[in-house]
Design a protein. Structure first.
Length: 163
């Protein structure tokens, strides 16, 4: 069976990678679906996020990264994906993800699996990583090394543009 781990991944964190790797153990193939959440103040274009995730997941068998647009359930139907896997950090994540899971199931019958995030990453979010980086903090322990380098370069680039 094929599963999808969808998200904006701006940027991908060790928590995201943990969920994806754990999903790869459970399913024959995992599609990492990179979407564009216009409600978020992103650092990277969707294509850049695909590049970073592809690099970070190199060597993880059965995983591929791709862009998605439109309704997730439509993408899943087109690609023959039978399950959506999402990570949960807090009870508030559950409240939101449960509603999404129920709606997705109602629309197409697709199942959603909610995996608890590993405790060591439960406090990490892409939003916090972006905020820390934009304020000059070091985010290297929360993201892959190559991603940390790209974040630092992008923040420097944006700071230069502001001058």
């Amino acid at each position: 069976m094929r599963a999808i781990c969808p998200g904006s991944f701006d940027p991908c964190t060790h928590g995201h990678l943990d969920i994806i790797r754990r999903t790869a153990v459970l399913f024959d193939e995992v599609v990492v679906g990179v979407g564009n959440n216009t409600a978020k103040n992103g650092l990277f274009a969707p294509a850049e996020r695909v590049e970073m995730l592809t690099e970070a997941l190199e060597g993880v068998a059965g995983v591929r990264v791709t862009l998605i647009s439109g309704l997730l359930v439509d993408f899943c139907a087109e690609q023959g994906i039978g399950a959506i896997v999402k990570g949960l950090r807090f009870a508030s994540d559950f409240d939101y993800e449960l509603q999404m899971a129920q709606m997705n199931h109602r629309l197409t019958g697709i199942e959603t699996i909610l995996l608890p995030t590993a405790a060591e990453w439960s406090f990490v979010s892409s939003t916090l990583v972006r905020e820390i980086a934009q304020l000059g903090g070091d985010v290297a322990e929360f993201v892959p090394a190559a991603t940390a380098a790209r974040i630092a370069a992008r923040v420097a680039e944006r700071n230069e543009e502001k001058r």
